[in-house]
Design a protein around this ligand. Structure first.
Ligand SMILES: NC(=O)c1ccc[n+]([C@@H]2O[C@H](COP(=O)([O-])OP(=O)(O)OC[C@H]3O[C@@H](n4cnc5c(N)ncnc54)[C@H](OP(=O)(O)O)[C@@H]3O)[C@@H](O)[C@H]2O)c1
Length: 309
């Protein structure tokens, strides 16, 4: 691939599904309230609705998420696009560790190659350049189609971008937190910079980990760690949820979750909502094929600014 040429298939993907929930007990309580049959159904519905981009990581449920994704994709005829991630543990850095980790991910996934291999977080030890050497080698070996980063700020992303360019490759994506509850990348220029470079922004936690679905409130917080993490926001999201509900009603009965995801699409990002059940996957898939108006987006921006202020 020539320098400056964006891996095109990433630009064409509208929506994906996040698989952190698939097997994770620490944050998502896998095994309590939902189990393999439910996420299997979420997978089937997603694929059936054309949502074939699946985001996982080697650290999700210590490999279990990758194993479940691998199990599910083997039972469908439909081509899927699997993205996974390398975690730059401080004791593991450099080119060779990237290839070794990717091979173990591929084994768990039962695949010969993935669509996208991402560095999960900027490294604390070792250099971004060394990791990008490993990533470039992974492309050359045919183990991944494209290279991405995640949680990289502008400087870190430019370092990765330049290192890949020297190998004749283009950085495909930067996976970042982005939603109506977290618009830091919009305010600090990173989203705009990604667009200029043709780096696809993959929006994680696009539903604010469930808060933007309208089902949680100060009186009814999400269970476990999420309740503690988002406690400060729960008392302030009421007006935004009310506006999302009203806009949804105006456009033929869209749910707040669908408004939240469509807002991400309208901002030029690729949201990857996590889904625990067929019902959630179905609702999330219904966020594509239409667009909010400029006025609706502006109203949502304003309501979101009041929360984040
Ligand atoms: N790169 C990174 O550092 C990073 C960090 C975080 C996430 N991610 C990726 O991004 C994906 C998505 O982010 P996320 O999982 O943090 O948060 P999210 O997508 O904002 O929220 C997902 C949660 O919201 C609830 N939900 C989803 N769809 C719903 C619907 N239609 N109606 C009602 N509730 C619904 C479910 O939880 P409940 O039913 O329990 O409320 C679900 O587990 C992850 O799966 C992962 O692949 C990456």
């Amino acid at each position: 691939m020539a320098t400056g040429e964006t891996p095109r298939f990433l630009q064409a993907i509208e929506l994906g599904v996040g698989a952190w929930q698939w097997g994770d007990k620490v944050i998502w309580n896998y095994g309590r309230g939902y189990a393999e049959a439910d996420i299997r159904a979420a997978f089937d519905v997603s694929i059936g609705q054309g949502v074939t981009f699946i985001d996982t990581a080697e650290i999700y449920a210590m490999g279990k998420s990758e194993r479940l994704v691998g199990k599910f994709i083997q039972t469908t005829e439909q081509p899927t696009l699997v993205a996974t991630k390398y975690f730059p543990f401080p004791w593991r850095f450099g080119r060779k560790s990237v290839i070794a980790a990717l091979k173990r991910s591929l084994e768990r996934l039962g695949l010969d190659s993935v669509a996208l291999y991402q560095v999960h977080w900027p490294p604390v030890m070792g250099s971004i350049e060394a990791l990008m050497d490993g990533m470039a080698e992974a492309v050359e070996m045919g183990l991944t189609r494209a290279v991405g980063v995640s949680n990289f700020n502008q400087n870190q992303m430019m370092t990765a971008y330049s290192a890949l360019s020297r190998r004749g490759l283009t950085l495909g994506s930067n996976q970042l937190e982005y939603s109506l509850l977290d618009r830091r990348i919009e305010k600090n220029g990173l989203l705009q910079r990604c667009k200029e470079l043709g780096v696809r922004v993959i929006a994680y936690s696009p539903l604010g980990q469930g808060l933007l679905t309208g089902k949680y409130s100060a009186e009814n917080p999400p269970p476990g760690l999420r309740g503690r993490q988002y406690g400060h926001l729960l008392g302030r999201i009421g007006p935004l949820i009310k506006l999302m509900t009203e806009i949804g009603q105006d456009i033929g009965g869209k749910a707040p979750a669908q408004i939240a995801l469509n807002w991400c699409l309208c901002k030029g990002t690729l949201p990857i909502p996590g889904a625990k059940t067929a019902e959630q996957a179905e609702m999330n898939a219904g966020s594509t094929g239409w667009r909010l108006t400029e006025e609706q987006i502006a109203a949502l921006d304003e309501a979101s600014d009041k929360i984040n202020r």
